[in-house]
Ligand binder design. Structure first.
Ligand code: KG4
Ligand code: ZN
Length: 342
């Protein structure tokens, strides 16, 4: 029997300070997340400078708690994996610096992980049978990508958004209808009381690839609808606007992913990123997947939004393939999927 491999994961690319210990790339021994959402809600979005300062304040305690909760010691850790991009440069630097300090102090290898590749790897936690190749729809606050996961560390982008990311559209529309930040979970909740067919918002088809996305049109359509209704003195049913907007976004995401899977003969689609926790997206995917004989998998909500367990999972696969970062590892705010900057 091979020796177990324990990875300490660290994540700080946006407004969550997180650390986790994961065994053999899928067994989560601890998952500590300090969310700054309450602080940023006041400003209607993430303020990078405030996020950086909070990360500095919290990161050491979060890491120590992750090791303690896992019931292991620092010496038991085999490697330290950290998000080094993409994300906000200040917040990323805090995690990268902490990871370097731990790796150096404990004399353990350091692995840099791509944040979005981490989101994809979150699927291995509850689906240990999931193995590449498969298709993954990544839908987060900053990314909307249809990716072919050829191997654990080999990704081909088949489609991506030409403008806003899906989560970004959720956040902007939520702000316009007065739900506040973060918009996605709030739209998801109020949509349950609304009629998704009340307003026919556009389902855009754009870009060079038929798998590309665009969400700025649907966002503008919602803003125009709200302005027109206000000018005419018509009542705005917030629940119906939210549900109809959500349905328009979900229809496009599911349609593109399913037609891509059918074209390529793939029988497995994984969903990843914060928007993957959307209840309508999950339900529509399950329904359409069932009709076409395509298996749909997604992580539990806690592993969809930013966390360090997913970073440790991806870190494991990079570690066993021999990837090692030096102590000169830097934050790369615009790191592309599949790109290796060290
Ligand atoms: O993956 P994530 O935590 O951070 C990024 O890497 O961007 O995703 C955050 C995004 C936000 O835009 C948030 O509004 C959205 O995910 N989100 C949701 C839901 N939960 C989070 N969007 C729709 N429905 C949800 N239930
Ligand atoms: Zn994320």
């Amino acid at each position: 029997m091979d020796k177990d491999i324990l990875i300490l994961g660290i994540e700080s690319s946006c407004d969550e300070t997180a650390a986790a210990v994961v065994k053999n790339g899928h067994e989560v021994l601890s998952n500590v997340i300090y969310s700054q959402i309450d602080i940023h809600t006041e400003y209607g979005g993430v303020v990078p400078e405030i996020a950086s300062r909070k990360h500095i304040e919290k990161i050491d305690r979060v890491i120590l708690k992750a090791i303690k909760d896992a019931g292991v010691t620092k010496d038991d850790i085999d490697a330290v994996a950290v998000t080094y991009g993409p994300g906000l440069v200040g917040p990323l630097l805090v995690g990268v610096s902490a990871a370097k300090a731990y790796a150096y102090g404990l004399d353990k290898p350091l692995v840099g992980v791509h944040h979005i590749e981490g989101h994809i790897a979150a699927n291995y936690i509850e689906h240990p049978d999931l193995k590449p190749p498969y298709l993954c729809l990544v839908v987060s606050g900053g990314h909307t990508h249809l990716v072919r996961v050829k191997d654990y560390d080999d990704f081909e982008i088949l489609g991506f958004t030409q403008d806003d990311a899906a989560g970004e559209a959720f956040d902007k529309v939520a702000r316009a209808i007065g739900l506040g930040y973060p918009g996605g979970p709030k739209i998801d909740k109020v949509s349950k009381q609304g009629n998704p067919e009340a307003i026919d918002f556009p389902r855009a088809k754009v870009g060079n690839s038929k798998y590309d996305f665009s969400f700025s049109g649907v966002k503008s359509a919602v803003l125009n609808y709200l302005n027109a209704a206000k000018m005419k003195g018509e009542e705005i049913v917030c629940e119906d606007v939210a549900a109809s907007f959500q349905q328009a976004v979900v229809d496009v995401l599911v349609d593109h992913a399913i037609s891509c899977a059918c074209d390529l003969g793939e029988n497995m689609i994984a969903i990843a990123g914060g928007v993957a926790s959307n209840s309508s997206l999950r339900a529509t995917f399950m329904e359409e997947g069932k009709k076409r004989g395509i298996e749909i998998v997604y992580p539990s909500p806690i592993f969809c939004t930013d966390n360090a367990a997913m970073i440790a999972c991806q870190g494991y696969h990079e570690f066993v393939r021999g990837r090692r970062a030096g102590l000169d590892l830097n934050a790369v705010p615009a790191l592309k999927i599949g790109e290796r900057a060290y």
